[in-house]
Design a protein around this ligand. Structure first.
Ligand code: SAM
Length: 258
C-alpha cells in the first residue's frame, strides 16, 4: 500500500471506531438530562422555536395536545401558558421525563398534564384522539420517520394539526464526504456561537458534543424540511406549510392539517 492509501485507511478505521463507540439516544439523554434546562434550555433560539410551534398550533382552551418527546416539559409548559389545554407528554427517557414530573408536581398541574414513558415510534393512542400533535427537536432521532408520520395522522382528529419544530438539515450521505461535513459545519458554527454566548461554556460543550454526534451519524438522524413536507403530503395531510424561524434559517416549523 502507498503512504496515502495507508493514511486513508487509518482515517477510515478511526471513523469506524468512533461510530462503534457512539451512544444510543436513550443513553445520550440519560447523561444530558440534569444539564438540559441549563444548556439548550438557556438558548433563546430554542425558546423562539417553541414559541413559534405554540403560536402556529392555534391551540384553544380544553383542546387535547400530544407532546412527542416532551423531555423536561419546556414545550408542554408553553402550551399551558397560552391556553388551558390538556397535555399528554411522552418521552423514551426516564431521566428527562422525571424532571418534567417534578415540575408538574411542583406547579400542581396533574389535572392538566398526563405523561407516559413511551417511544415515539409506537404512539399507542386511539384514532382521532388529539387536536394537536406537537414535537420539537425529537423526531429527527427516529429511524422510520414515515411510519411515525402515518401514526400521527391516524391519532389526530379531522382538522387537527401536526406541528413540528426541528432542524432543517439533511445529514444523509457518507461520513467521509467533505461536502457533507462543510454543509453541516455552516449550521453548527452558528449553533456553537449562540450556545457559548447565551449559555456559557457548559452549553457550548454540550452543543459541540451534539454537533459531533450528528456529524458522525451517517444520516441516521436529520432530514430537511423539504423531505418532512413530502412525507406529510404522502400521508394525505390536507395542507402542509413550513415557516422559518426569523433570523435563524436552520430551524423551521411545519404545520400539517389533517
Ligand atoms: C432535544 S430533547 C427535546 C425536548 C423538548 N421537546 C424540548 O424541545 O425541549 C429530545 C427529547 O426526545 C426524546 N426522544 C428521543 N428519541 C425518542 C423516541 N424515539 N421516543 C420518544 N422520545 C424520544 C429524548 O429523550 C429527549 O427528551
Amino acid at each position: 500500500m502507498t503512504g496515502i492509501k495507508i493514511q486513508k485507511q487509518k482515517f477510515l478505521n478511526q471513523v469506524i471506531k468512533m461510530k462503534s463507540t457512539k451512544k444510543d439516544t436513550k443513553e445520550w439523554f440519560k447523561e444530558w438530562a440534569n444539564e438540559y434546562d441549563d444548556t439548550l434550555g438557556k438558548i433563546k433560539r430554542h425558546h423562539h422555536l417553541l414559541n413559534l410551534v405554540v403560536k402556529l398550533s392555534n391551540v384553544k382552551k380544553n383542546q387535547k395536545v400530544l407532546d412527542v418527546g416532551c423531555g423536561t416539559g419546556l414545550l408542554s409548559l408553553k402550551f399551558l401558558e397560552k391556553a388551558d389545554c390538556f397535555i399528554t407528554g411522552i418521552d423514551s427517557s426516564l431521566e428527562m421525563l422525571s424532571l418534567f414530573i417534578e415540575k408538574i408536581n411542583k406547579l400542581s398541574l396533574s389535572d392538566r398534564i398526563v405523561y407516559k414513558l413511551e417511544d415515539a415510534g409506537s404512539l399507542n393512542f386511539k384514532k382521532n384522539s388529539f387536536d394537536i400533535v406537537a414535537s420539537t427537536v425529537t423526531l429527527h432521532h427516529l429511524k422510520n420517520k414515515y411510519s411515525t408520520i402515518k401514526k400521527i395522522h391516524n391519532i389526530l382528529k379531522p382538522g387537527g394539526r401536526f406541528v413540528l419544530g426541528d432542524i432543517d438539515m439533511d445529514t444523509t450521505g457518507r461520513i467521509t464526504d467533505p461536502k457533507r461535513l462543510l454543509r453541516m459545519l455552516e449550521w453548527l458554527k452558528e449553533e456553537f456561537a449562540l450556545a457559548l454566548n447565551e449559555g456559557g461554556v457548559e452549553a457550548f460543550s454540550r452543543m459541540y458534543d451534539n454537533g459531533k454526534k450528528h456529524i458522525l451519524n451517517d444520516g441516521e438522524y436529520c432530514i430537511g424540511f423539504k423531505q418532512w413536507k413530502e412525507l406529510c403530503k404522502r400521508t394525505e395531510f390536507r395542507k402542509v406549510t413550513v415557516k422559518s424561524l426569523p433570523d435563524f434559517k436552520w430551524f423551521k416549523v411545519l404545520v400539517a392539517i389533517k
